[in-house]
Every structure is written in structure tokens, then in C-alpha cells.
Design a protein around this ligand. Structure first.
Ligand code: C2O
Ligand code: CU
Length: 462
């Protein structure tokens, strides 16, 4: 049996210069988003194609790109055999357009349609993805980048959108492992793939030149993988996190850690010389390997530009921690977590009973997920702080719908605005936000196996 180990892929990556394009561009009208099965040459050519789920004949879905403030209208047509919906991750939408099946809309049945229509108020790097049975549907490829351009564009030579993912593939069949609800993934680190790609290619290579300045928009679309990344032959600055510009670009001096659903916008200058190759390096557990290669051609500029300026900020009211309502969210459970009992449907249950119900995790002692009562009901405009404690043996990427929040630093100062915050095992983090968007907003772990097995609640803003 052939095994998909990374060494083999690094070897085949050097052997195969390019992959044949497997994209089928359907002649669809611009406003239609047709969720359908797509056959894609995901693995190296000699493995045969993989069946994925995507939109309009692309899997993953094609980029949606609009100017800031534009209205986005898409009719989701479900040509799959399973109900689905689309969530616009990180966009501060009206609640009715948030795409959460079972909360803000019913799932769109096979053969049915749903009209999404909303304004994109913030410029930045976002993404869209299925929000029904997400553990399965996102793993199958039902997602794409959503880029909102600022009116004042940064001074760059070019831009690249880089969507990072990992796929759990059976190398014998070239098909995805279809045990999407595997108990091990639910109770441990989530569905971790054995085949890592950027823009659905395992050997993405982008030609560049010395001193070229690129904006790299990185999106982690994986179900559960945390990507630790490093720049090689590139000088870089973080200019935005989760779509929100930093007030001051932050020079990259250490690993960039990108949790599931998180984004980072980098501005990088190529410092490698002609004939060399710069890399976005993936710091794997055993070894580092190239996530994206940037071979440097001749004819680059002879001088470098000045350090980049900050991107124009998006509208945001800073949270006033002094007046903020304080909430706590204790995350417990999972393998090696030591959780003995939790409540489910209002009754105290043993862990065995919880597991029999398909749940492994609890928020504040309850394993109900989206079916339970909300974490809180807060008033429109109320300032809120949530002390999140990860009392489990695994990291979690906590995502709030509808509003960005500040990560609060140890010294109480307001850190960057994010929509997804990564908590390592046995750590705490406080977040704070102004509840300025009315509706029912999910707060859940974006390790999608965890979200499906208890790590989900919501905050009601009214
Ligand atoms: Cu990226 Cu609840 O979603
Ligand atoms: Cu989690």
C-alpha cells in the first residue's frame, strides 16, 4: 500500500514541475453559488483525481473579491445530496445573512436555493464556508476566499491569496477519508489531514524577483491544523490579523502561528537573490518544509522600499474594560481532560452518557452545544469581556460570529482585533468587544470536530 508521507511528497514535488490543471470553470452567472460535487487532481498526478465538494465547478470555491462597502449578493443553489448553508467568516453581516443552519436560517435542502444579500463593511481578508455539518462539508472543500479591498491600496507590486489546508486522504483510492465523525478526531485534536496544500496544490511555486514587495493574504481553511510558519529569503511585516489592520505593522521576527479559520496579511520584500528560492516555511513537528516556494528570477529592483505603512483601519469602537460586563467560559473535556460529568438537556450526565450522545466537550459544564441556552444575553451597545479558560489537553481556536473582539493582554491592554483566538492547552485568554451587532451570534471552537461535539455556544445581542 502506498503511504502518503511528507518525504514522498517533497520528493515528488521536486520531480513534478507542474500539476496539470484540473479546474473546470463552469459558465455560471456571477450571482450564483452552486454547491456541487467536483473532481479535482489534488494529489500528485499518478494518484488519480479526488472527489471534493465545491462551488460553481471549483473546489475549493473561487475567490470572491469586492471593494469595501460593496453589496454581496449570492444565490446558493444546493446541487449536493446533503443540506448546506454558507457562512461569511469574519464579515460583520446582518444576523439573518450569517448562514448558520439551525440558528439564523434552516439548512438549504438539496435542489433548493437561498439568497444571501449583505454589505461588506470592512476591508480585509475573509473567507466563506459551509456552516451545516461543517466537520464534513469544510473538509470536503466547501469554502473559498472572500477579499474586501480597501479604497486606499497599499504600495505593493502584487498580491497573492494563499489558502492553507490539509486533507485526510486514503492514498489507495485518492478519496477523502469519509469517517468525518471519527470519535478519535472528535475527542482529540480534530480531523488532521495527511496531505497539506496551498491553494489546493501541494507544490505551489510562485515566481518572484529580488526586492519585489508582495502582499500575502494567508487563510487557514483546515478543520483543525495549526500552521506554524516562517519566512525564508523574505523580510515581512504583519499588517492585519483576521482582516483587521494593525495600527503599526509588526516586523516578523518569530514564527507566525495560524490557527484554524485565522488569517494573516503580510507585506513581504524578497531579499533572496536571483537564482535562489525564497519560501514560506512550514515548521512541521519533525522538520521544516516548503509551504510555498518563491523562485527568484532575474531583473529585480536594485533597491528596497521603505518599511510599509499601516493599512487604513476599519471602523471599531474600542471596548471599555472598566464598564464591560464580565463573562466566563470554561472549556473542559476531551481525551485526557479528566471531565467526569456534564449537563446535557438540563440533566447531569456521566461522561459515558455524554460520549454516547456524541459529545466530548463542555462549556461551563454543559455539553449541549448550539442546542443549549446562550452563554449570555447582552444589550445592544453593551461592552462585554469574556475570560476564556482552556482546561483541556488540546489547543482550541475560539471564533465569535458577527463582531470582532480585542484579545486582552496580560497587562490589561487591548491587543489586536480578531474574530478567532487560539488558546494553547491549559491557558487562559480574555477577549473584549462592544456588542454592536444585534442577533444570535455563535461562539465556538473552529476545530470543527470540537464544535460538533460540544464546543459551541452563542451570545444573544438585543
Ligand atoms: Cu468560520 Cu461558525 O465559523
Ligand atoms: Cu477545539
Amino acid at each position: 500500500m502506498r503511504s502518503l508521507n511528507r518525504r514522498q511528497f517533497i520528493a515528488s514535488a521536486t520531480a513534478l514541475a507542474t500539476l496539470p490543471s484540473s479546474r473546470v470553470f463552469a459558465d455560471a452567472d456571477a450571482d450564483l453559488l452552486s454547491a456541487q460535487e467536483v473532481s479535482v487532481q489534488l494529489l500528485p498526478a499518478d494518484y488519480g483525481p479526488t472527489t471534493l465538494w465545491g462551488f460553481n465547478g471549483n473546489a475549493p470555491g473561487a475567490e470572491i473579491r469586492v471593494p469595501q462597502g460593496a453589496r454581496i449578493k449570492r444565490t446558493l443553489r444546493n446541487a449536493l445530496t446533503q443540506p448546506t448553508s454558507v457562512h461569511w467568516h469574519g464579515i460583520r453581516v446582518d444576523n439573518a445573512m450569517d448562514g448558520v443552519s439551525g440558528l439564523t436560517q434552516s439548512a438549504v435542502q438539496p435542489g433548493a436555493e437561498f439568497d444571501y444579500d449583505f454589505v461588506a463593511p470592512d476591508a480585509g481578508t475573509f473567507w466563506y464556508h459551509a456552516h451545516n455539518m461543517s466537520t464534513q462539508q469544510v473538509a470536503r472543500g466547501l469554502y473559498g476566499p472572500l477579499i474586501v479591498e480597501e479604497a486606499d491600496k497599499p504600495d505593493i507590486d502584487r498580491e497573492e491569496v494563499l489558502v492553507l489546508d490539509d486533507w485526510l486522504v486514503n492514498p489507495d483510492t485518492a478519496q477523502l477519508d469519509n469517517d468525518f465523525e471519527a470519535a478519535h478526531a472528535l475527542s482529540h485534536a480534530g480531523r488532521i489531514g495527511n496531505f497539506i496544500t496551498t491553494n489546493a496544490a501541494y507544490n505551489l511555486s510562485l515566481k518572484t524577483r529580488k526586492n519585489e514587495r508582495m502582499r500575502l493574504r494567508l487563510i487557514n481553511a483546515s478543520n483543525a491544523r495549526i500552521f506554524p510558519l516562517q519566512l525564508q529569503g523574505l523580510d515581512g511585516w504583519i499588517v492585519a490579523l483576521d482582516g483587521m489592520p494593525l495600527a503599526v505593522p509588526q516586523k516578523v521576527t518569530e514564527a507566525i502561528v495560524l490557527g484554524p479559520a485565522q488569517r494573516v496579511d503580510l507585506i513581504v520584500d524578497v531579499t533572496a537573490d536571483a537564482g535562489e528560492t525564497a519560501h514560506l516555511v512550514h515548521l512541521g513537528q519533525q522538520e521544516a518544509f516548503s509551504q510555498v516556494a518563491f523562485p527568484v528570477g532575474s531583473g529585480g529592483a536594485t533597491t528596497r522600499r521603505a518599511d510599509p505603512a499601516a493599512l487604513p483601519p476599519n471602523r471599531a469602537t474600542p471596548v471599555d474594560l472598566g464598564q464591560a460586563t464580565a463573562l466566563t467560559l470554561n472549556m473542559e473535556g476531551g481525551a485526557m481532560g479528566g471531565l467526569r460529568t456534564a449537563s446535557l438537556g438540563g440533566e447531569e450526565k456521566t461522561m459515558r452518557e455524554i460520549v454516547d450522545a456524541g459529545r466530548f466537550w463542555a462549556f461551563n459544564g454543559a455539553a449541549d452545544g448550539m442546542d443549549g441556552p446562550p452563554l449570555a444575553r447582552v444589550g445592544l451597545g453593551e461592552h462585554v469581556r469574556v475570560a476564556i479558560r482552556n482546561d483541556t489537553a488540546f489547543p482550541h481556536a475560539m471564533h465569535l460570529h458577527g463582531m470582532h473582539f480585542h484579545e486582552i493582554a496580560e497587562d490589561g491592554s487591548l491587543g489586536p482585533l480578531r474574530d478567532t483566538t487560539l488558546l494553547e492547552r491549559n491557558t487562559s485568554r480574555e477577549i473584549g468587544f462592544v456588542a454592536d451587532n444585534p442577533g444570535e451570534w455563535l461562539l465556538h471552537c473552529h476545530m470543527l470536530s470540537h464544535a460538533a461535539s460540544g464546543m459551541m455556544t452563542r451570545i444573544v445581542v438585543a
